[in-house]
Design a binder for this molecule. Structure first.
Ligand SMILES: [Zn+2]
Length: 75
């Protein structure tokens, strides 16, 4: 049981460190590929996927991006 808790904590730490790196990557790319809107400092996830994996939706054009600032195909 305890091993499971430790493993879960390790995974959470890794995910947090990874998302911090991902956030920096987005900022480096200069924001939205469509309209160049800078990535807001506080991003509100608009979907579970964004909450888990990062990425954001452009406020001006509604373009959805992954955590690296690449445009996602809208479904
Ligand atoms: Zn945009």
């Amino acid at each position: 049981m305890e091993f499971g808790i430790v493993a879960a904590l390790l995974v959470m730490t890794a995910v947090m460190a990874y998302s911090a790196t991902a956030r920096k990557k987005i900022n480096d790319r200069g924001g939205c590929p469509e309209c160049n809107t800078p990535v807001p400092a506080v991003r509100r996830p608009t979907s579970l996927r964004q909450f888990l994996w990062g990425g954001w939706t452009g406020e001006k054009c509604g373009t959805e991006m992954d955590r690296q600032g690449c445009e996602l195909t809208r479904v």
